[in-house]
Design a protein around this ligand. Sequence first.
Ligand SMILES: [Ca+2]
Length: 178
Amino acid sequence: MRGSGNEIFCLPLALVVLLGLNVRDVLGGLPSNDDIPYCNCKRKCHGEKKRFEIIISHPLSWQDALIYCKERRMELATIRNSQEHDKILEELKRAGMENGEKSRMFWIGGTKLHSNRGFFWMSEGDQVQYTNWLRGQPDDYAGSQKCMTYQHGWMDDIRWAWDDNYCSSALSFACEYC
Ligand SMILES: [Ca+2]
């Protein structure tokens, strides 16, 4: 029917869409970050306040580990200096993994997947600067190792340090939070 009430409502809505205006802007403004549940997107987690949680009960691929941490409002762990390395060693001790028992390697949040600028941290997108690679690593073995693990070394390099590994491998992993 011509001139129905629907046309009166639809015309202004169509104009809003055509003009590229967000309907939410028109109808009362966007929510602030405080209104979005579980959003910690602006919060940095560095230094003293950083805590680690090592998950060894259900091994995941690097990508799934990333999602696991994020979904719980954490990040796949970042290690930005030797103090943070010492702190994760303390956590390994607490978890009874000090000498590579229970798990000899676990994911942390560095990758060079889809990157032409080398390893970067997923939590903030910043390039990895402090490094702690095992001897001979990263070797990008077979051109397929793009994700970062902590690994209990072997032979003449027995310590917890980093190795690049296959992102699809199911491994333990470490999340961080503040
Ligand atoms: Ca490697």
